[in-house]
Design a protein around this ligand. Sequence first.
Ligand SMILES: *[C@@H]1O[C@H](CO)[C@@H](O)[C@H](O)[C@H]1NC(C)=O
Ligand SMILES: *[C@@H]1O[C@H](CO)[C@@H](O)[C@H](O)[C@H]1NC(C)=O
Ligand SMILES: *[C@@H]1O[C@H](CO)[C@@H](O)[C@H](O)[C@H]1NC(C)=O
Ligand SMILES: *[C@@H]1O[C@H](CO)[C@@H](O)[C@H](O)[C@H]1NC(C)=O
Length: 278
Amino acid sequence: MLPLLELFFCMIFLSHTEIIISHGKESCSSSCGSLQNIRYPFHLRGDPAKCGGSDFELNCESNNAILDIQKNKFYVKDISYHESIITLVDVGMPHDNCSLPVRSINWDDFKQPFFFGFYHQRQATFINCSIKVDSPSYEIVPCLSKNNSTIYVIFQAFSVGDIPVNCYVLCTILMTENLQLSIFDQLKQGFRLDWFIPLINSSPDAIRYCAEESGPPANFGYIFVALWPILSEIEFLSCLYGQQYNHSKLTFYAAVVIIFVLDITLAMLGTNMLSFNL
Ligand SMILES: *[C@@H]1O[C@H](CO)[C@@H](O)[C@H](O)[C@H]1NC(C)=O
Ligand SMILES: *[C@@H]1O[C@H](CO)[C@@H](O)[C@H](O)[C@H]1NC(C)=O
Ligand SMILES: *[C@@H]1O[C@H](CO)[C@@H](O)[C@H](O)[C@H]1NC(C)=O
Ligand SMILES: *[C@@H]1O[C@H](CO)[C@@H](O)[C@H](O)[C@H]1NC(C)=O
């Protein structure tokens, strides 16, 4: 009876060790298509947790890096780590020279850790008017205008304000100003968001953050399903170890001790119940 149990725990221990070793070897992806400079906190879906949090996860689809923010999807054109700026284009942005964006993107569609900075950037609102409007801030879009409907684009900071009664809003989109280009080429260049790495400066923050980061694994076969509590523990501890703030080492060692004691207790309970049954 005992040798059998010993063998059982030995197997668990060995796979445990093997996972730790292979886990340590896993590296973060660095490119997707033309986006060559992917690094922390940005990473590709499927990379280990140490490569960055879920807010910075890119999905590499047919050589395009795609970032999801609040249910909207964007192509990632560029990441500046130095300026903490990411350049995005809505995945629905038409490629031709005279089509409106398929949906509106507003400056307040973003949440931490991303935000829209108005420096050198604008919101463009397209309106459709059944009359001609004479206003210096209304720019005609000739290729979309027809006999009785004139399309205008208005550039504004926060809000378009009142529009004439004979007009209605088609869409609002964010863009980076580039006066050399046509309005449609500017739209295709996308816009820029500032990003920052969320500050974790307390033990509860770190524990909450790491607990969220170490959910059930997505890439393991059914053999590992039984082991996922152990994998999560490792994931959690390695995340905690990676947090850079004053008390992190103490929290890390405390977590190691608590998880170790819990595991031993559970293992002993399991052994007792097993011997009781046998
Ligand atoms: C858009 O216009 C540019 C020149 O302004 C041209 O080179 C390009 O081929 C056009 N693209 C499409 C899809 O029509
Ligand atoms: C503008 O509105 C008119 C009348 O409702 C419509 O026929 C036309 O297609 C609209 N133009 C655009 C670009 O949506
Ligand atoms: C408006 O359309 C009619 C016919 O569709 C055309 O004869 C006329 O020249 C157009 N007017 C303008 C200002 O384009
Ligand atoms: C434009 O509007 C005028 C008067 O509102 C109307 O007579 C004309 O048929 C319209 N033209 C088109 C092409 O819709």
